[in-house]
Design a protein around this ligand. Structure first.
Ligand SMILES: [Zn+2]
Length: 220
């Protein structure tokens, strides 16, 4: 009798342990560049962009955008607010965008820097940890999403068929929202990159300076 009781308790314990193990395994993603397992970042936004092919045709999804955006909590509140605005305003113009990256920790940046250097693949960044506005929650990267759900970096793509390249339209809206565009840089053009520096240089940020408190609430 006692043995059976212990057996059933053990079974339940094993079941619980299994469930925990599986949920951990499924959130881990193998990173071929580092050869290690990393916590899979949730693919940002596709679930809210998907139904938003033509916002006019499906107005119910528009108000939901605000609630379902899963941007990093480490993103500066204004950058976050303006990113949400960017997603909404581009959607209003029939353009779907995805935010492919936002906040990056120093370690994540250093790993990225290794790509195309000590690790295989192409060079993807010229910034080491602490040398990118991403490391201070002040930058985002975007890409376009086609109606078939493909994520593209095609700067000539005209998905809304208005005779203007969608990429250029997104950049214009972003600039109006206060973003600086990486495609405007002279040396290394970073076309998917948008940032807000709040008048602070990277050196100042590295020294611990942060945007003034008065800038912490987004202007409406
Ligand atoms: Zn970037």
């Amino acid at each position: 009798m006692k043995l059976i009781k212990i057996d059933s308790i053990l079974m339940i314990l094993l079941f619980v342990l299994n469930t925990i193990l599986f949920s951990i395994l499924f959130t881990l993603k193998f990173d071929p560049f580092t050869g290690s397992y990393i916590l899979a970042k949730p693919n940002i936004l596709p679930e809210i962009i998907e139904p938003n092919i033509l916002p006019e045709a499906n107005t119910s999804t528009k108000s939901e955008i605000n609630h379902s955006v899963s941007l990093s909590s480490k993103l500066h509140p204004i950058v976050k607010e303006q990113t949400i605005q960017l997603i909404q305003q581009t959607a209003d113009n029939g353009i779907m965008i995805v935010i492919t990256d936002d906040y990056r920790s120093i370690e994540e940046q250093n790993q990225l820097y290794k790509k195309g250097r000590s690790l295989g693949g192409k060079i993807v960044t010229y910034a080491r940890g602490g040398q990118s506005y991403h490391n201070f929650g002040l930058a985002i990267d975007f890409a376009l999403k086609t109606t078939s759900g493909k994520i593209i970096w095609d700067m000539q793509f005209d998905g809304n068929k208005n005779g203007k390249a969608d990429w250029t339209e997104v950049v214009k809206i972003a600039k109006d929202l206060g973003f600086e565009w990486g495609g405007d840089w002279d040396q290394f053009k970073d076309n998917p990159h948008l940032q807000m520096d709040f008048g602070l240089t990277l050196r100042e940020l590295q020294n611990g300076e942060r945007p003034a408190k008065s800038t912490l609430t987004a202007e409406k």
